[in-house]
Design a protein around this ligand. Sequence first.
Ligand code: ADP
Ligand code: MG
Length: 247
Amino acid sequence: AAEASALRKSYKGNVSGSDVPLPIGSFEDLISRFSFDKRLLNNLVENGFTEPTPIQNECIPVALNNRDILACGPTGSGKTLAFLIPLVQQIIDDKHTSGLKGLIISPTKELASQIFIECFKLSHKIFLEKKRPLQVALLSKSLGAKLKNKVISDKKYDIIISTPLRLIDVVKKEALDLSRVKHLIFDEADKLFDKTFVEQSDDILSACKEPALRKAMFSATIPSSVEEIAQSIMMDPIRVIIGHKEA
Ligand code: ADP
Ligand code: MG
């Protein structure tokens, strides 16, 4: 615990909430603490991710304890892997049920495709039950059309990354079932919960009907309006702030 607080101090981390887990000191720590998947660790190392960044030190154990997260860290602090690493592990752990379990919402197509590329690096060569590969998709216009025309089953994917409008379009046409989603992540939450998107984000939340839905918000800034929304939609969240909290 002394080590953990020294580590936290070294990156000016401020973590609050009930039963906050200790941060990890390295990705290897995940093996002993969470029976982390060796193939996933291997994918990290092969892509040059050898040491976690501060937001990853803090957020990965929180997510693996299945807790709601409100995380804030400056641009470039490694927020994408902070939510993707535990998500991929949780999909591996939950191999007995098929269908969409992880949903990541991003305000722009460009950002969504960057998240997809990072996620692909992590899930590469990982097979679940019956040698089925872990399937991640970027909800593009063409994938949306294929889902609507039932050319592709929506049961095929474990993780989907989308912008709000594209997602709502397919959900409203009953081409994508969100009722079994267990992990819902809002990246750049400050944008997703401002006036432009707040209605769509609410629609997405109501389409995710799983009672044990875990929610996470990641952002470079947390304006008080987002803080309020977070407190109202989350269950006993843990707040992780790295660096300065910009308002
Ligand atoms: P943010 O979303 O906080 O702005 P990103 O998730 O886009 O930051 O990460 C910024 C860059 O840092 C990316 O190029 C990413 O690949 C890299 N990165 C993230 N985590 C690590 C890590 N643990 N080791 C090395 N590079 C990393
Ligand atoms: Mg980011």
